[in-house]
Structure formats: C-alpha cells, structure tokens
Ligand binder design. Structure first.
Ligand code: PGA
Length: 249
C-alpha cells in the first residue's frame, strides 16, 4: 500500500507575515494517513521548519546540482537544505526546465545531489500542449524519467517521489482528466516495473496541474495516482486541507 502524499508548491509567493499566517492555518487542519509537504521559498524555509514542528514535512523548490560545497554564488546545496531540516526537494519542475533552462542532465544531477544529502527528490515530469497534441506524451515523460534512471538506476527512483505534471495544466485551470492522468501514471509505473517490479509497486506518483478541492477526489481515486502536487490552491489553507482530506479516502 502506498501512503498518499499531498504537497503544496508555494512558488515565489508570500511575505514573512503571510507565510506565518498560512502555516498557522495549516496547522489547524487534521489529516490522517496522508503525508503532507510544503515547499516555501528558500528564504522562508527556516521559519517554516521551526513552525511546523514535525506536523508537516518541508521541502525546497530548488537545490544546486553540485554535490560538494564550493564557489557557486547564489546556489543552495542540498546538504544545506538537509541541515536546515528540509526532507524533500523539487527537481525538474517545468518552470525550472522552461524558464531557467534546466536540461534533463542538470535535473538528473540535482536529483543525485538531493539523494546524496539524504533528501527525498520529487521528480517532476510532463509534456507541453504541443507535445501532447503531437502524441509525444509517452516519449517525453519516459525520456525525462530515463535521464535519472541512466544516472542513478532504479534504486535511486525507489528513494524518490514522481510527480506527473502536464505543462498545459499548470496554473492554467485546465486539469488533466482523471483518465488522462491515470494513463500517464500507468505508463511511468510500467516503465519502472520493467526494471524492478517491487520499486514500481512502492514508488509514489503524484499528479500536479490545477488540482483543486473539487477535482482532487476523482484524481486520487485512480489506481496509480498517489496524491497531488498543488500550486495555486496550496496558498489557501482551507482548500489545501480539503485536498489533503480527499487523499485520505
Ligand atoms: P498549479 O501548480 O496547481 O497552480 O497548477 C502546480 C505546480 O506547478 O506544481
């Protein structure tokens, strides 16, 4: 049985005041049997780690690709995130791939740096609208997965969470239908099963892309969807709590 995971990606949002308020509201909701993770901006990580005192996990939205400390101005090492109390880190989010030119190779390096530091990487995979329309979805997500498998093998994937996030559904209000999402999650799980059936069975694959309380239950009811990676809706504590409750069922 895979334990559901619901993650909130706060992206570049929030001030010290609004982040404190959001955390306080989130702490009021009780959810059983679901792992909850929040991904604040780097500068808010420390205060959020202190405030959630173990009730939630905390992750970073980025980390450096280098495994060792060094002269990399502006970067934050995975080891530094772990030292701060983070447990997770997003890698390969489509905004990083598209707006900050992170290639499959860089994503794989970041994934390995995260593992090396003892963090759980959440590997984001997904196709653009043009790729979906030209029937390249499967090819794209399998290429993105292979970039990590080639470097770390299936044992590395076993220590991670996968997030299928169709680019056309992120921040657009267009959610993939449960059937569309399930089809891709199944493709990913079958690809892993070819390498190691047990890993394929155990690894969590969450869905992201305009998840809302209203759409969460149907998505999470799908056999290969193990929770969600939530952007916009995670900035509202009530909405996020409702999404977490949908994962309980
Ligand atoms: P969204 O973002 O829920 O606002 O579409 C999801 C994500 O980018 O992880």
């Amino acid at each position: 049985m895979r334990r559901p995971l619901v993650a909130g990606n706060w992206k570049m949002h929030g001030s010290r005041e609004t982040v404190t308020q959001l955390v306080q509201s989130l702490l009021q909701s009780e959810v059983v049997g679901v792992d909850r993770v929040v991904f604040p901006s780097l500068i808010h990580l420390s205060s959020v780690v202190d405030a959630v005192s173990g009730q939630f996990s905390v992750g970073a939205q980025v980390c450096a690709s280098q495994q060792e400390f060094g002269a990399f101005t502006g970067e934050v090492a995975a080891q530094q995130l772990a030292d701060l109390g983070c447990q997770f880190v997003l890698v390969g989010h489509s905004e990083r791939r598209q707006l900050f030119a992170e290639t499959d190779a860089v994503v794989a390096q970041k994934f390995m740096a995260a593992l090396q530091a003892g963090l759980i990487p959440v590997l984001c995979l997904g196709e653009t609208l043009a790729e979906r329309e030209s029937e390249q979805t499967e090819q794209v997500v399998l290429r993105q997965l292979a970039a990590v498998l080639d470097v770390g093998g299936v044992s590395a994937i076993a220590k991670s969470v996968l997030a299928y996030e169709p680019v056309w559904a992120i921040g657009t209000g267009l959610t993939a239908t449960p059937e569309q999402a399930q089809a891709v999650h199944k493709i990913l799980r079958e690809a892993l099963a070819k390498k190691d059936a047990q890993v394929a069975e155990l690894v969590r694959i969450v869905y992201g892309g305009s998840v809302k309380a209203a759409s969460a239950a149907e998505l999470f009811a799908m056999p290969d969807i193990d929770g969600g990676l939530v952007g916009g809706a995670s900035l509202n504590a009530q909405e996020f709590a409702a999404i977490c409750r949908a994962a309980e069922q």
